[in-house]
Design a protein around this ligand. Structure first.
Ligand code: ATP
Ligand code: MG
Length: 339
């Protein structure tokens, strides 16, 4: 496809993230339906062109577990990325609509994500960096695929400088400033699987009284350009942990959903990051509700020490995933059971 802005007709708004918005569009010369992601980039023309060049390798990312790429173009001051349209959209939207997702289906999600991550890393040396339910998509053929992986170093930089992403799927080592590895993606997968199986974000009930943090997460607002760097740069190592005073608690409640102003950030987010670093990892609970193999798999994804955590490729051999490979669960029927 030679994509040009004037050939794409907007059909429907699909959603909005921290980095931009996504629309369902029709490529009128060919009649192809696509998802067009518009990313606002705060960067020089030379950097924009570099990003476009870097995005080019997405043309080579061909896997049934990866959302396919049609092309990208500059539309000042945005970059538009056109990809395969997944008509059942993302798994976060699905569970928010239908409630907790059946563990057999969650097993298929785990398998698809591991296959996708293994493909990206083994074939292209790409680390995803943003595994979460909103980047796991489903269609009415029953296919599950991942999208929004970090192919372009320049794009990652440009967005990180401009927006504060939802940091809550971030691994403990990343919060503490370590480099991304495939194992950071595995942590994010573990958190995402619990979220899908329970139908809620797993850190919510570990905090006291008011803490529906998934609710809070939805109200995170973009930081002003230049007001802060990456979340990782701001986080405190455990020994500098801020004491939880009564005032801090009060502030936390008051500042819910506002904040990230003037270079500061809410207590809630800082506390959440510290919680991820300092407290035991969440689990598939209550014990016994889910198959032992699923519990064990999720525990393995959520080992806090990245050296002990397995890679996506190694996890493909785990018993829960082996079961998923031979499962007869009908993802297509499931995907067509809601709209
Ligand atoms: P973030 O910006 O933090 O990554 P996000 O993933 O929700 O959050 P976007 O990537 O901008 O934000 O996507 C917004 C929404 O658009 C998604 O939640 C998803 O429902 C929908 N979407 C994205 N890509 C596609 C696609 N290829 N097909 C169908 N729907 C899509
Ligand atoms: Mg996304």
């Amino acid at each position: 496809y030679d994509l040009r802005s004037e050939d794409l007709k907007d059909l429907q708004e699909l959603g909005q993230g921290n980095g931009g918005s996504v629309k369902k569009v029709e490529h009128t010369p060919t009649g192809t339906i696509m998802a067009k992601k518009i990313v606002l980039i705060d960067a020089k023309p030379s950097v924009r062109k570099q990003i476009l060049r870097e995005l080019h390798i997405m043309h080579e990312c061909k896997s049934r577990y990866i959302v396919s790429f049609y092309g990208a173009y500059l539309a000042d001051p945005n970059i538009c990325i056109c990809m395969e349209f997944m008509d059942k959209t993302s798994l976060d939207g699905i569970y928010k609509k239908i409630g907790p997702i059946d563990i057999e289906i969650v097993g298929q999600v785990a398998l698809a994500v591991l296959e996708g991550l293994t493909y990206l890393y083994d074939v292209h040396r790409i680390i995803h960096r943003d595994i979460k339910p909103s980047n796991m998509l489903c269609n009415s053929k029953g296919e599950i695929k991942i999208c929004d992986f970090g192919v372009s170093g320049e794009l990652i930089n440009s967005i990180a400088d401009t927006f504060v992403g939802t940091s809550t799927y971030m691994s403990p080592e990343r919060i503490q400033g370590a480099q991304y590895t495939v194992k950071s993606d595995v942590w994010s997968l573990g958190i995402s699987l619990i979220e899908l199986a329970l139908g809620r974000f797993p850190f919510a009930d570990s905090e006291s009284d008011d803490s529906d943090l998934s609710d809070f997460e939805g109200t995170l607002s973009p930081a002003r350009p230049g007001s802060m760097g990456s979340i990782a740069a701001l986080s405190l190592p455990p020994r500098q942990k801020r004491p939880k005073s009564a005032t801090a608690k009060k502030d936390k409640r008051k500042s819910k959903g506002v904040s990230l102003q003037g270079g500061g950030m809410t207590m809630s987010i800082l506390e959440l990051l510290q919680h991820i670093v300092n407290e035991p990892a969440p689990k598939l609970t209550p014990e016994g509700r889910f198959p032992k193999e699923a519990e064990f798999f999720v525990d393995s994804c959520l080992l806090k020490d990245p050296d002990a955590r397995k890679t996506p490729k190694e996890l493909l051999d785990y018993s829960w995933i082996e079961q998923a490979k031979t499962s007869t669960v009908d993802v297509q029927a499931w995907a067509n059971s809601f709209d």
